[in-house]
Design a protein around this ligand. Structure first.
Ligand code: CP
Ligand code: NVA
Length: 309
């Protein structure tokens, strides 16, 4: 699909239903036939700006570029000083003169929007305080592999209504995967994202439900998903959140309450013993390392489609 060439991926709202399907199809093909894409980004360079730590995002984007015969440059949190050492606009207008794409992991979501606004090369959001689109796209690939379809499938998200929750809601809306969220009061996902997903979801058959009730969220779910209770940047709230979120731990009882022997999902890193117990994370129904693997395939597909000739 040439329609994606030169575009940015800031949130999944940027992609149409057909475009999400095309990215997933390309990711499946790249996973099956990596050799056919060995030169797809020959001579191209990706700049990777990190304001926050990472294992998966850094390694999968960098390895992805290597496997496509391109090159990736890691720019550490202290290196660029986005908006501090230099304005975001100037960083963007420098980088576009040298590289073919920019991946950025930022605190304020506006930073990645501004990078996209000021640079002519594609900008990919590698996680912001509000969204994590590449994670949710890789999760869609994992769901599709496990279930074979999105239609009639339900994913329950239990825990903090955070960046990952927002992107899963948008991912559901674009594919028909229904999303039920259960969070403690005060930690629900953003109302505008929920409303958008519920409305956009009519077209694909994605039902959206948001409550504080774990039993209601997981009942009949085919997938149960959780994430850390304190995200990067919220470390000072970790102790307070531990108490508030304790009833929202995904454990064997929660998995059983689904009544469907659901798959378990987590974007990682996991705080084992907090949001998920070891027995669930390491069970036969756990997809966590498939999710991590698919970050590589999905992002290779995305980069080929955004940055390829
Ligand atoms: N899931 C994810 O984005 O992992 P990292 O924070 O390690 O990149
Ligand atoms: N919600 C988590 C996701 C980490 C991949 C965070 O933002 O820290």
């Amino acid at each position: 699909m040439d329609a994606l060439k030169g575009r940015d991926l800031i949130t999944i709202r940027d992609l149409s239903i057909a475009e999400v399907a095309a990215v997933l199809q390309k990711a499946a093909d790249i996973k099956k036939n990596p050799g056919a894409y060995k030169k797809s980004l020959d001579g191209k360079t990706l700049a990777m700006i990190f304001q926050k730590p990472s294992l998966r995002t850094r390694v999968t984007f960098e390895t992805g570029m290597t496997q496509l015969h391109g090159h990736a440059i890691y720019l550490s949190p202290s290196e660029v000083g986005l908006g501090v050492r230099e304005s975001v606009a100037d960083v963007a207008r420098n980088l576009e003169r040298w590289v073919d794409g920019i991946m950025a992991r930022v605190f304020a979501h506006k930073l990645v929007e501004d990078l996209a606004a000021y640079s002519r090369v594609p900008v990919i959001n590698g996680l912001s305080d509000d969204f994590h689109p590449v994670q949710a796209l890789a999760d869609l690939q994992t769901v599709k592999e496990a279930a074979g379809t999105f239609k009639g499938m339900k994913l329950a998200y239990v825990g903090d209504g955070n960046n990952v929750t927002h992107s899963l809601l948008l991912a559901g809306a674009r594919t028909g995967l229904s999303i039920s969220v259960a969070t403690p009061p005060g930690y629900a996902p953003r109302a505008d994202v929920v409303t958008y997903a519920a409305e956009a979801g009519h077209e694909t058959g994605c039902a959206v439900d948001v409550s504080h009730d774990i039993a209601r969220a997981v009942k009949g779910a085919h997938f149960v998903y959780t994430d850390v209770w304190a995200s990067m940047g919220q470390e000072d709230q970790a102790e307070k959140r531990k108490k508030i979120f304790a009833p929202y731990q995904v454990n064997a009882g929660v998995m059983k309450a689904a009544g469907t022997d659901p798959w378990f999902m987590h974007c990682l890193p996991a705080h084992r013993g907090d949001e998920v117990t070891d027995d669930v994370a390491d069970s036969k129904r756990s997809l966590i390392f498939d999710q991590a693997e698919n970050r590589l395939h999905l992002q290779k597909a995305l980069m080929v489609m955004l940055m390829g000739d």
